[in-house]
Structure formats: structure tokens, C-alpha cells
Design a binder for this molecule. Sequence first.
Ligand code: FES
Length: 57
Amino acid sequence: MSSYKVTFLPEGETVEVESGVTIMEAAEKAEVYINSLCGGEGVCGRCRVQVIDRKME
Ligand code: FES
């Protein structure tokens, strides 16, 4: 199983998560609060992300 590093900005908190973990789950692990109006259902766009570096290890 692959793992990935996810960094939350502007906090700068980085966590390593396994493939299949959602951004919301990664945020919880990083103790970063995301105001998710729809609870992660993909409706509100509050957890939208920008991939700036994608390295496969
Ligand atoms: S929390 Fe992700 S779309 Fe609403």
C-alpha cells in the first residue's frame, strides 16, 4: 500500500497517510480544522485541494 505526505497550508502541518485516506481524515490526523459544511460529501467545496507536487514513492 502506498503512503503519501499531505501538508496543510497555511498551518504547515504535514502528515503521512495511506492510499485511500480522505483529505478530511488527513486533516483530522494533522489536527487541522476544516469547516466542512457538507461533512465531506463533495458538495460545498470547502475541502477542495490543489496538488502542487506529486511524487510517487
Ligand atoms: S467538505 Fe468537502 S465538499 Fe464539502
